[in-house]
Design a protein around this ligand. Structure first.
Ligand code: PLP
Length: 329
């Protein structure tokens, strides 16, 4: 656990150990609690700082990353920001490859942190702010080309175990430790359920593994966009949804263990947007679309299979990353 009573060696040490907050205003008239982990308070303003640190530390330990070697990753902006911070401090040049469909704040922030940002055009039918699986495939091709050209280390968030391990070793255990002494614990016996909007599936997989190991009865729900719920086995009718950072309509996510999935929840763009706005207005939590999706899904669970229970969610990133979008008026 990070000690805040003395100076830290670098901003890398300030990653993780984020606060857990009960959303008691949003659940005022509900039967049950939502516990929200404020991962937007990480140095790069998202939960992805955690995986950036873990992927680089694991690669250093395994010898797959040489001193001074260039690091490349495909990113919707958050992993890239985390990698820009970690690579900058540890002395690795970093190239972020991102779709032009992601908000411009992200590219600017990565550049400010010393990253080289390569922006990739969207498919002709795609819209800015709505990055589809097809758009992501174009970004992947570019990322692979740059890795080959520069003999770089690919910080492959969809495949490397560091993504899973960051949440298995830290986020999940933090949730369990922090919910131990809460009001929710006293009245209802800790965390009963967890729901998470899935991109790579790393957060879901790592937290679910930690939760199931602690107590197999903790129910874990995958959150997907309405119309792009491929993991739930539904037809993809709306790939260009607005919930940035996930919902890529990829049928197979290498890090996700289907045995840990107890159910699926779908959230519409509108529900994610409305809940992000409620989080800001009612709880003072200024977060992005996917955080809104997570809380909207948690509320849906409290009104259904998790009535009277405590549902845990991650507040994935900061609302500041969406100032150029119409999330905020
Ligand atoms: C804002 C945001 N929300 C959710 C996710 C999905 O998280 P994961 O990749 O761990 O499934 C991401 C991933 O990049 C993200 O940036």
């Amino acid at each position: 656990m990070t000690s805040l009573s003395k100076p830290l060696a670098s901003a890398i040490e300030a990653i993780g150990d984020t606060p857990l907050v009960e959303l008691s205003r949003i659940t005022r008239s509900e039967d049950g609690q939502i516990l929200a982990k404020l991962d937007y308070l990480n140095p790069g303003f998202s939960k992805k700082d955690r995986i950036a640190r873990q992927i680089i530390e694991d690669a250093e330990a395994e010898g797959t990353l040489r001193p001074g070697q260039t690091v490349v990753e495909l990113t919707s902006g958050n992993t890239g920001t985390g990698l820009a911070i970690v690579c900058g401090i540890r002395g690795y040049p970093f190239v972020a490859v991102m779709s032009k469909g992601n908000s411009t704040e992200r590219a600017r922030m990565m550049r400010a942190l010393g990253a080289e940002v390569v922006l990739v055009d969207q498919l002709p039918e795609s819209k800015p702010g709505q990055v589809s699986g097809g758009d992501l495939a174009l970004v992947e091709t570019q990322a692979q080309r740059i890795v080959a050209e520069r003999k770089a280390f690919r910080a492959d968030q969809f495949r490397l175990r560091g993504n899973f391990r960051a949440h298995y070793l830290h986020t999940g255990p933090e949730f369990l430790r922090q919910s131990g002494g809460s009001e929710a614990m006293l009245h209802h016996g800790g965390i009963h359920a967890f729901c998470d909007f899935v991109g790579t599936g790393g957060s879901f997989a790592g937290c679910a593994a930690a939760f199931k190991e602690h107590d197999p009865s903790i129910q874990c729900f995958v959150v997907e966009p309405e119309g792009a719920a491929i993991l739930a086995g539904q037809a993809v009718t709306y790939p260009n949804h607005r919930i940035q950072g996930g919902g890529y309509s990829m049928a197979h996510l290498p890090l996700l263990n289907p045995a840990h999935v107890d159910g699926y929840v779908q959230v519409s763009d509108e529900a994610a947007v409305q809940m992000a706005r409620r989080l800001a207005r009612e709880e003072g939590i200024f977060a992005g679309f996917s955080s809104g999706a997570n809380v909207a899904a948690a509320l849906h669970l409290l009104r259904g299979p998790c009535r009277g229970k405590t549902v845990a969610v991650i507040i994935c990133d900061s609302g500041l990353k969406y100032l150029s979008t119409d999330l905020w008026s």
